[in-house]
Design a protein around this ligand. Structure first.
Ligand SMILES: NC(=O)C1=CN([C@@H]2O[C@H](COP(=O)(O)OP(=O)(O)OC[C@H]3O[C@@H](n4cnc5c(N)ncnc54)[C@H](O)[C@@H]3O)[C@@H](O)[C@H]2O)[C@H](O)CC1
Ligand SMILES: [K+]
Length: 500
């Protein structure tokens, strides 16, 4: 799904109005109906509702929603925050229609703010995507009171006070909703970690804005939804054999961290690779052969760390369709040399994770040796070591895009809504996953999954987008079975599903 900026959303609105064609007031009606339908399906008419409306089109949506809920016998109190002398035309129209059904309460000074109780639902329709400056005066007072109240809060389109596509400043007063119901497309702000309390659970409502405009409009930002992930997945030819699905090599583990090699190996095998060879230090040999019989093992010459050398054969990495390196490898001098050797001989994109990234951060000359379109899978701390500190999430995003372009690599920046930056500077945000995944070993699993997809011939961007999606989905299925708290990396492997 594309993510558009505020100007593009405004153009999308206008394009729809002109080309559908539809009158602006009817488009507002459609948007409000979509919200009201969602609301009615979720909450019974016995829950008292307090709607707070501004004077722009977001306020107009709120007034139309109020009318719709009143007509369905909901107990609705409307509060209009009078922060300016004039309303938008469509807001004024809905205001007049509303007054035929109820008398709104007007809030001009702090004393006009009604009390809010815990069983009530607040609908926030004060400011939407038209926000152009920080909230102040009576708007700020109302938002502070909403945030202090025990009521459940639902924002229409976007929390009042939150910019959809640029950073807020510390100290900005913004609604902290439980839910955000946004129109047509996700907003960039929803996908950035620091905004999570200003978004809550969010969902997109389809209001049938112009498909043609969306298809024609260029953006660097995407959100991977289930249909798109499914389309990436290739079906298997009936006449295929294990050679068809590639031969992956995982370079993983060190003394005390052989588990990382096991997790990456099992995940790789559960993600469709044809053949898997794992190189671990000699101390991991028995463990691997016993626990992952499907994998072949190349014991390293070294007992405790990876050197790349093996008694079986020299370090010839070219025979593999994909290489994944990093889980549990540590940063011993021998392993640094191995990584250097690997980078000098690799001719195909590979997957770099964990300590492989920390070695790159400390030996920056190695960055220039990365095979083009390789995949790096840092968590934020590892990414910071590779780059620099950032001021805010937007700044981080720019650093991410610059890095991916500059080194011609795919960077999978892990976290809630993992962001995958491509060498072209695009960013794909993931839609699956949950906080249960923040536990040791899930990164090793992701490396195994992505390496398997790369070995099967997926292009590096596809392998990353699909791998991250499936890994998060496995976490979601596992959490649905047993809750987020007890989730382990092994659960993620066991819940990988390729029949999405
Ligand atoms: N395409 C769609 O998704 C549709 C969206 N709809 C709704 O329209 C709003 C956007 O409406 P708009 O009138 O452009 O802006 P707002 O209601 O967000 O703001 C109104 C007005 O307020 C002024 N303003 C800006 N910042 C502040 C501030 N800090 N304090 C006070 N006043 C401020 C500014 O002049 C704005 O013009 C969108 O979110 C949807 O809810 C349509 O209803 C359907 C199609
Ligand atoms: K709002």
């Amino acid at each position: 799904m594309k993510i558009l900026n505020v100007n593009q959303i405004r153009e999308l609105d206008q394009y729809t109005i002109q080309h559908e064609p539809i009158a602006p007031i009817n488009l507002m009606e459609r948007a409000s109906e979509a919200f009201a339908d969602w609301f009615v399906a979720k909450f019974p008419a016995t829950r008292p509702v307090k709607i707070f409306c501004g004077l722009g089109n977001n306020g107009g949506d709120g007034m139309a929603v109020a009318r719709m809920l009143l007509q369905l016998d909901y107990n609705v109190e409307v509060n209009v925050v009078r922060y300016a002398p004039r309303e938008s035309d469509d807001c004024a129209h809905n205001h007049r229609r509303l007054k035929l059904l109820t008398n709104p309460n007007y809030i001009e000074k702090p004393q006009d703010m009604p009390a809010l109780r815990h069983n009530e639902i607040v609908i926030d329709a004060i400011l939407g995507s038209g926000l152009s400056r920080p909230t102040e005066g009576i708007v700020k007072t109302v938002i502070e009171a909403i945030n202090r109240s025990p009521a459940m809060v639902i924002s229409i389109d976007i929390a009042s006070g939150l910019y959809a596509d640029r950073p807020n400043q510390p100290g900005d007063v913004i609604v902290e909703p439980d839910y955000t119901l946004t129109f047509q497309l996700p907003k960039l702000a929803f996908l950035l970690p620091k905004n999570s309390r200003y978004v809550g659970n969010w969902q997109v409502l389809d209001i049938r804005l112009s498909r043609r405009y969306i298809d024609q409009t260029r953006t660097l930002y995407y959100y991977t939804n289930p249909e798109e992930a499914r389309l990436l997945l290739r079906t298997r030819d009936r006449f295929s054999h294990k050679g068809t699905f590639g031969h992956a090599l995982l370079l993983a583990g060190s003394y005390g961290k052989i588990g990382a090699a096991l997790l990456a190996s099992r995940a790789c095998l559960r993600s469709g690779v044809g053949l898997l060879t794992v190189q671990t230090p000699r101390c991991g040999y028995d463990i691997l052969q016993t626990n992952v019989p499907e994998a072949m093992c190349r014991p390293d010459q070294h007992e405790h760390v990876l050197t790349g050398m093996s008694d079986i054969s020299g370090p010839d990495f070219s025979e593999y369709s994909a290489v994944g390196v990093g889980p549990g490898i540590g940063q011993s001098p021998e392993t640094v040399s191995m990584l250097r050797g690997l980078l000098q001989s690799l001719r195909k994109p590979a997957v770099f994770d964990a300590d492989a990234l920390n070695i790159l951060a400390k030996n920056r000359d190695l960055l220039g040796l990365l095979p083009e379109r390789s995949i790096l899978t840092p968590h934020p701390k590892e990414f910071e070591r590779l780059t620099q500190r950032w001021e805010n999430d937007y700044d981080k995003l720019e650093i991410l895009q610059d890095f991916a372009r500059r080194y011609d690599v795919v960077v999978v920046l892990k976290g809630a809504h993992t962001a995958i930056a491509t060498p072209e500077g695009e960013v794909h945000f993931n839609s699956t996953g949950n906080p249960g995944l923040s536990t040791g070993g899930t990164g090793d699993v992701l490396t195994g999954v992505i390496t398997a997809l790369l070995a099967q011939g997926y292009d590096p961007v596809e392998a990353s987008v699909l791998g991250v999606y499936s890994h998060g989905l496995a976490g979601d299925i596992a959490a649905a079975n047993r809750g987020q708290i007890g989730l382990t990396a092994t659960d993620v492997i066991e819940h990988l599903r390729w029949n999405m």
